[in-house]
Design a binder for this molecule. Structure first.
Ligand code: OOG
Ligand code: NI
Length: 445
């Protein structure tokens, strides 16, 4: 490797920043969303110095301002497999398998993201990436039409393909190559006002499912949202109207907690954008929207099972309620979920990162060190997504229309075959990081 090789972290940082600039130019409301989240975060930190101190000590504060996730949707195995190689250049790997067919959305997904502690704290940029499942379209003729259209496009520039190959052969990119890579990669995710099909074809695909039209009828997988991380999503939801945004009806995910868990999300509805079809017809396409997230502690399999059970239990109880009533009911149902760090830790419901803040005496053990204030257990932040929430986000943007799509059959093998690799198990990653922090203190777990 030559001396001026740029790290994957640095390339990801440049790419995330370029993507954010591009999306801000494409969707001005995204700029308003960033302003709103920055304001809420500033006010939250000012009102809660203990939170500010904890985030600072655990290395979370520095990443907060650059933290984003985005989402894209692709149509073919070749597209997905090439994305995997493209994201590897930036130290982003496929973590988790999400089956959205359960919710009537004909895709399955993974999240490309960094996995190591230091990479996450450098810049945790992640992309929720969905692959269209043509196998779930019931109409065979329509299925063939869609795959025919998809086979005619190349969503990657020749330049990015060349730089991916250089990265694979050389193990890295030089500074100038990294800049070129970022510029070329960005082209894949750009919005195109022009559809690649005529109006009638668009309408047919749209009638089967709006998402099919979104994936099939354009030159590439336009980034459909970029999501900043807030420290207080309830406050962000309250302030959205004053910033010119209409929030979706309810915040997805768990209720507000003393110790935030997993992920809470809200969004504003997708914009109707003028689209030019082949043959000069004009119409509108709705794809791109805005979203805000609040991240909490990662749950162990035991904690996650409890979360899934309570969420399922709350489903009937919260049906049709407005956000305020929904959150109240949800909080009642979640009263059964412990809301105290030390209980979450001792009951093995959540993952922590342990660090020594004083000299550790031999003889005492972890619990004594924690009780004596010599070891601090910081919550490990949840870095992933939630399928039920993702379905809620998809649906609030797709409208609730009935669709000609088969529901509920996960096919992880087919996804991994298309990806050309296995997806990484997200729970293993939290467990590994927790164990490594214990091993650094000389505790085996
Ligand atoms: C992805 C929706 C899921 C999230 O944050 O859960 C998502 C999409 O609409 O393509 O972004
Ligand atoms: Ni999202």
């Amino acid at each position: 490797m030559s001396a001026d090789i740029v790290t994957a972290n640095e390339i990801r940082q440049r790419f995330a920043s370029a993507m954010s600039d591009m999306y801000q130019a494409e969707v001005p409301q995204y700029g308003a969303l960033l302003t709103l989240v920055a304001e809420v975060n500033r006010d939250t930190l000012a009102a809660d110095p203990a939170l500010a101190a904890r985030l600072e000590a655990s290395g979370e504060l520095s990443r907060l301002d650059v933290e984003r996730h985005g989402a894209i949707r692709v149509g073919t195995a070749e597209e997905l497999a090439t994305l995997r190689r493209l994201f590897a250049v930036m130290g982003m790997f496929p973590v988790g398998y999400y089956d959205l067919s359960e919710a009537g959305v004909p895709v399955h997904s993974t999240a490309f993201r960094p996995i190591d502690e230091s990479a996450l704290s450098h810049n945790p940029f992640r992309l929720f990436t969905s692959l269209l499942r043509l196998d779930l379209i019931e109409d065979a003729e329509l299925r063939d039409l869609a795959s025919d259209i998809l086979s005619q496009r190349d969503i990657f520039t020749p330049g990015v393909r060349e730089l991916i190959a250089i990265h694979e052969a050389e193990g890295g990119l030089t500074d100038a190559q990294a800049d070129r890579f970022v510029a070329e990669a960005l082209e894949t995710f750009r919005w195109h006002h022009d559809a690649t099909v005529d109006r009638a074809t668009y309408d047919r695909l749209h009638a089967a499912h709006r998402l099919i039209a979104d994936v099939v009828c354009f030159r590439g997988p336009h980034i459909n949202h970029l999501t900043p991380r807030t420290l207080d999503i309830d406050e962000a939801q309250r302030r959205m109207p004053a910033h010119g945004m209409t929030p979706k009806a309810v915040i997805e995910g768990p209720p507000r907690r003393q110790v935030p868990i997993l992920l809470r999300q809200t969004s504003f509805k997708a914009l109707e954008e003028t689209t030019h079809f082949l043959g000069a017809d004009q119409g509108a396409h709705t794809a791109r929207f805005g979203e805000i997230e609040q991240r909490g502690i990662a749950l162990t399999p035991k904690g996650r099972a409890l979360y899934d059970r309570l969420l399922a239990e709350s489903r009937e109880a919260t049906k049709g309620l407005d956000n305020e009533a929904h959150q109240r009911r949800l909080a009642e149902v979640f009263a059964d979920f412990p809301d105290d760090d030390s209980v979450l830790r001792r009951e093995g419901l959540a993952y922590f990162h342990y660090r020594a803040v004083a000299e550790l005496d031999d003889g005492a053990g972890l619990e004594q060190w924690i009780a004596a204030g010599k070891v601090v257990a910081d919550p490990l932040t949840y870095e992933d997504f939630l399928p039920v929430s993702a379905a809620g986000i998809f649906q609030s943007n797709l409208g609730g229309e009935a669709s000609a799509v088969t529901q509920g059959n996960a096919n992880r093998e087919a996804f991994e075959l298309a990806l050309g690799a296995s997806v990484i198990d997200e729970l293993d990653q939290y467990a590994r990081r927790e164990r490594a922090s214990l091993a650094a203190l000389g505790v085996d777990a």
